[in-house]
Design a protein around this ligand. Structure first.
Ligand SMILES: *Cc1c(COP(=O)(O)O)cnc(C)c1O
Length: 521
């Protein structure tokens, strides 16, 4: 259970108590009239054997108990609305409240996914518009909005690649993935039935072209590349990579989860991509990090369009010459459904609202300011936290707590053995924990795997210079603080340093599990 808060020393345990502990017999949030008249009818609809003699064992609470409980709980967590959240690769940008208003408009909120096409023309028009925007942004003409997350977009594209090669009568079993890739890439490839082959990064932190070419053979179906990559560097050889793949009959997949840096600046379809996914919950301001659900639409080249999941939204000309939208299920080569109905529509409404509010010029400014903010932070902290790859960065950068003149040697040693040659005075975990005391969310740590003690920092374009300066000041201060103080941080949060491995392997998520553990002790 949560330890007592030191941030609020006068608050008693009650503000952190579980609903079950707050429960008092007969306390209620609402009292409904006894339904005497309905008893006979009830008898008819709910047979005796399905009825209970006693009320369900739920906590008994007043409305005020409930409101305070959840409001206090929400205040224990950090969010984009409460604090700076430089979580690399997650693009925790501000979620404009206007998008929430739009998504809650009754015409969007109250449509039912089983209404017929004629009665949801407005929603279908919006989704069709979203498809068109994503086709334009990606430079790839065929779009599906169905996948519910980036990882599912990856999987869907790999299933499309598998179906495409099957139709060509080709047996291709391998997917090439750089060693700096997001973990979902190899996971999706394995789930789609492919064998993963790792491609090395070069000394600049981009894909090693020679290594990639050496690994190309007739079994290679797809190469998955993140561009800009997870080190925050643009893959400058991408056109040559695409050429080498295409000459080999293979497809280039672009992981577009972090499109911030190139939005409106360049298009994956133009630099050789055959397929890609977007993260609406990252680039296009969908709330995420327990605020989901997300959406991971995909875009593919013309030749691959026939394999997109069904249904596809199509536009036709109605009798009155006005556009009509229809859900097309008649796609014999489709890989089939990957989500119920049309995908997570609420998040797509927010993303559409964002893109239409920005327009092309606004999108370019997003890219410019995301890159400017990341470079400003990089310049301010690299003295204290070296950045092994890149003088400049795109939307994010990866620093390390390892210092000393032998940094490049330490990095190489780490990459070969996944061990450090000596103990570091300050770990990435220490920094992440101590930042919480300063009121900042931690950056992403220990990722990508090719940088030891990695701090992956992505400020996003929505933060002001003052916030970036305060964050940089905190990072520099932590470098100078007493080791003991930092090693025992955080000092101000209700939960301090949980056993992360045990928390992940044996999550305790219900009251019953907690009771069980307490009894066993
Ligand atoms: C976030 C991310 C993903 C996965 O996206 P989800 O929506 O979390 O499944 C894939 N690749 C990269 C580079 C990412 O940052």
């Amino acid at each position: 259970m949560a330890t007592k808060s030191t941030r609020f020393p006068l608050r008693d345990q009650r503000s952190l108590a579980l609903l079950k502990e707050l429960s008092r017999p007969q306390r209620r949030a609402a009292r409904l009239p006894v339904a005497d008249d309905a008893a006979d009818e009830l008898q008819q609809w709910l047979p005796e054997e399905h009825r209970s003699d006693s009320p369900p064992p739920l906590p008994e609470l007043s409305e005020l108990d409930l409101v305070r409980h959840f409001v206090n709980l929400s205040a224990l967590n950090m969010s984009v609305d409460s604090a700076f959240y430089p979580l690399g690769s997650c693009t925790m940008k501000y979620n404009p409240k206007r998008h929430e208003w739009a998504a809650r408009l009754p015409g969007f909120l109250n449509v039912h996914p089983q209404q017929d096409d004629e009665s949801v023309q407005g929603m279908l028009a919006l989704l069709y518009g979203m498809q068109e925007l994503l086709a334009e942004i990606s430079g790839l003409p065929c779009v599906s909005l169905q996948p519910a997350a980036g990882a599912q977009g990856e999987l869907t594209c790999l299933l499309i690649a598998a179906a495409y090669y099957r139709d060509q009568g080709q047996q291709r079993t391998k997917v090439l993935i750089p060693d700096s890739a997001h973990g979902t890439n190899p996971a999706s490839a394995a789930l789609a039935g492919f064998d993963c082959v790792t491609v090395a990064s070069n000394e600049r932190g981009t894909v090693d072209l020679a290594d990639l070419k050496a690994k190309l053979d007739p079994q290679v179906a797809v190469c998955m590349i993140t561009n800009p990559n997870t080190l925050g560097l643009f893959e400058t050889d991408i056109v040559e990579v695409a050429q080498a793949l295409h000459e080999n009959g293979s497809l280039l997949y672009i992981d577009g989860a972090n499109l911030n840096a190139i939005l409106g600046k360049c298009r994956p379809g133009d630099f050789g991509a055959d397929m890609m996914h977007f993260n609406v919950h990252k680039t296009f301001t969908g709330p995420h990090g327990s605020g989901g659900p997300g959406a991971g639409p995909i875009a593919v080249r013309e030749e691959l369009g026939a394999y997109l999941p069904t249904p596809v939204i199509v536009r036709e000309r109605g009798e009155d010459d006005r556009p009509r939208y229809r859900l097309d299920y008649d796609r014999p080569r489709s890989v089939g459904r990957v989500h119920g109905f049309f995908g997570n529509v609420g998040i797509l409404v927010r993303g559409y609202c964002y893109l239409r509010s920005l327009g092309p010029e606004g999108m370019r400014r997003v890219a410019e300011n995301a890159v400017l903010n990341a470079n400003y932070l990089l310049a301010r902290v690299r003295e204290a936290y070296p950045v092994p790859y890149g003088q400049r960065c795109m939307h994010e950068f990866v620093a390390t707590t390892v210092d000393g003149d032998d940094l490049q040697e330490v990095v190489r040693y780490w990459q070969q053995r996944h061990l450090l040659p000596r103990k570091v005075a300050l770990t990435a975990q220490d920094v992440a924990k101590r930042l919480l005391d300063y009121g900042f969310h931690a950056p992403t740590v220990y990722f990508p795997l090719i940088v030891p003690e990695a701090l992956m920092i992505e400020p996003t374009e929505t933060e002001a210079k003052e916030t970036l300066d305060a964050f940089a000041d905190a990072l520099l201060a932590i470098r100078r603080e007493e080791r003991e103080l930092v090693r025992e941080a955080p000092h101000t949060t209700p939960v301090r340093r949980p056993d992360e491995v045990r928390a992940a392997r044996h999550p305790v998520l219900t009251w019953h599990e907690l009771e069980q553990i307490t009894q066993d002790r």
